[in-house]
Ligand binder design. Structure first.
Ligand code: HEC
Length: 116
């Protein structure tokens, strides 16, 4: 009986990993996304949008599932992101500064509440 536990553990682990992978399938940002928020973020580029996305995906799904950009209002994101960046810094013992915080915030706003 004991022998089977690692196998079951492995199956559960891969199921969990697969479900994590699927939460990352968010619509890929495109130039049209950058274009429609130029008024809010003058000079914003697709490279910055993608950088925000990858920062978000690598740091924001470590304690809870990645939230979908559309799950929070603009006001909520503006309140939560700075608090959460502090959490990331403490947990990972890194310093994501203001610039990276802004990239994360712009990504979730652009692909979430500002989309429409
Ligand atoms: C160290 C663990 C940790 C990390 C890393 C983390 N979070 Fe959180 N997050 C929490 C906890 C705990 C809560 C709920 C309690 C609270 O608000 O403090 C939460 C709540 C939230 C909420 C509001 C909850 C809701 O359902 O409305 C949002 C939005 C959020 N996190 C986004 C982020 C983003 C964006 C990042 C990356 C910058 C991030 N989190 C990284 C632990 C974390």
């Amino acid at each position: 009986m004991k022998m089977k536990l690692p196998v079951i553990g492995g199956i559960i682990l891969s199921a969990v990993m697969m479900s994590c992978a699927s939460t990352k399938v968010v619509t890929a940002p495109a130039q049209t996304d950058v274009d429609r928020v130029q008024e809010q973020f003058p000079g914003y580029t697709l490279a910055q949008l993608n950088e925000g996305k990858s920062l978000y995906e690598s740091h924001c799904g470590n304690c809870h599932a990645l939230k979908k950009p559309g799950d929070e209002s603009e006001k909520e994101w503006r309140e939560e992101v700075p608090k959460m960046v502090q959490k990331v810094n403490r947990k990972e013992n890194i310093t994501l500064g203001d610039e990276k915080e802004e990239l994360i915030l712009r990504y979730v706003l652009t692909m979430g509440p500002l989309k429409k």
